[in-house]
Design a protein around this ligand. Structure first.
Ligand code: DON
Length: 326
């Protein structure tokens, strides 16, 4: 199987990234590694890494850009694209909406408060479990295949599952079980409850690096066209909806703040990953005016679930390099 790495570019921009990484690394003490999934607590909270991938196959990398971690909620963007590619957007939207909530990622409150109990969007747990229930396959392992297949199309390798994180999440997924049984009662889930839950927990445990996230971000920035292979790996329309959902719902109940004060489509996960996609912009000749994908890893997260030092690093870079999409 072909494995391609991005070419590391040593330039003034890389030096700048290294300086920012060291500036923001100390802020990790303002957060902590997730503990509700016990295996995630084993990460080193001081880690901070970034990879920025550009269309020509070059990348800027700094800090712990190659430390592996689990996708967690970032996988929600991938399973959404897989489900829409297989079933079409309309069929997916029959079961899940595209409205932000302002609630925590695992909140159950709106499923009862709003009728019918359809999840508000695919980036919260209720919506993601629903999307995963739609994936084809007779069991959880088969349901995971379209997600890994799509990642392989983008990354050119099949990312592995971190079994100990999966086991840890699976044994403690009480809230997700409540959400899934509630969804089943309301006729929203398209598969047996435990099958959807297991596939969802497995997709969250897919192990990647910041470099992998940057490649995914670059494909999204390019509207689904793989920049190195020249193939359309996700239909254009689906990537546009995914980026809109990342912007409006991708960082949970901090999504509004992120849109206002950072201004780039971003999806985060509780293991500390951040995925951003910067489409090409015509207004300047600064860094990455042809667009880029950004992957960040910083496992110390805030109370909402976003990497503390990672978000600060993203904000600084976006401001200094004028990457805000607005
Ligand atoms: O559902 C869960 O609890 C996790 N596997 C994923 C949550 C997540 O990443 C939300 N984060 N910010």
């Amino acid at each position: 199987m072909k494995d391609y790495s991005l070419t590391q570019v040593e330039c003034e921009w890389t030096q700048q990234l290294n300086r920012w990484v060291e500036t923001f690394r100390p802020y990790s003490t303002e957060g902590k590694c997730a503990t509700y999934i016990p295996a995630l607590a084993e990460a080193n909270p001081e880690h901070l890494g970034i990879c920025v991938a550009s269309e020509g196959g070059q990348a800027l990398k700094a800090g712990e850009w190659n430390v592996p971690f689990t996708m967690q909620s970032i996988s929600k963007a991938i399973s959404f694209m897989a489900a829409c590619s297989i079933h079409g957007i309309e069929q997916v939207m029959e079961r899940v909406d595209v409205e932000p909530t302002g609630d925590a990622f695992n909140s159950i409150v709106r499923l009862e408060a709003h009728k019918p109990g359809k999840p508000f969007n695919p980036m919260i747990n209720a919506g993601a479990i629903t999307v995963t229930s739609l994936l084809p396959g007779k069991n959880a392992i088969e349901k995971l295949e379209p997600v890994i297949d799509l990642l392989e199309d983008i990354l050119d390798y099949r990312p592995p599952l971190n079994e100990s994180v999966f086991k840890s999440e699976w044994e403690t997924a009480y809230l997700n079980r409540s959400l899934a049984y509630y969804l089943k009662q309301n006729g929203v889930l398209a598969s047996p409850v435990e099958e959807a839950l297991e596939a969802y927990s497995r997709q969250c445990s897919i192990q990647i690096t910041a470099e992998d996230l940057a490649k995914i971000g670059l494909v999204l920035a390019n509207d689904g066209l793989h920049p190195y292979k020249g193939t359309q790996v996700v239909p254009r329309k689906i990537t546009k909806i995914t980026k809109a959902l990342m912007l409006t719902c991708g960082t949970y109940n901090a999504s509004g703040r992120l849109a206002a004060f950072v201004g780039v489509p971003t999806k985060s996960g509780v293991a500390g990953g951040i995925l951003s996609a910067i489409p090409p912009r015509g207004r300047n000749n600064g860094p990455f005016s042809h667009g880029c994908g950004i992957g960040i890893y910083g496992p110390a997260i805030d109370e909402v679930g976003n990497s503390v030092s990672g978000i600060l690093l993203l904000k600084e870079m976006v401001e200094q390099w004028d990457l805000n999409i607005f």
